[in-house]
Write a protein that binds this ligand. Structure first.
Ligand SMILES: [Zn+2]
Length: 92
């Protein structure tokens, strides 16, 4: 089972939200970790972050395949922004 690695987030894969792997590019990865307040932490291979930590505009929906099976793809400069306190509340 893959878990979202964010603090206070118990989301699991299969719960309906997309899970995203950590970026391969070092600079981008550093931005992610800084936002997560986890700069000392190194993501391991199965580490994922669920879609709830990203804003709507950070997803590139143009490449979605169908409506039912929507695949969420993060844009190039997407950086996770919703953590901790916000994590406990649904955005809507
Ligand atoms: Zn999460």
């Amino acid at each position: 089972m893959v878990y979202s690695v964010a603090y206070n987030c118990a989301n699991e894969s299969g719960s309906g939200r997309s899970m995203d792997s950590f970026p391969q590019y070092k600079t981008r990865l550093r931005n992610w970790l800084r936002n997560m307040n986890r700069e000392q932490w190194k993501p391991t291979c199965p580490s994922k972050l669920c879609g709830r930590h990203f804003e709507e505009w950070m997803f590139d929906n143009s490449s979605s395949v169908g409506y039912e099976k929507k695949i969420f793809i993060l844009t190039e400069d997407a950086v996770p922004a919703k953590f901790n306190k916000l994590d406990d509340a649904e955005p809507k």
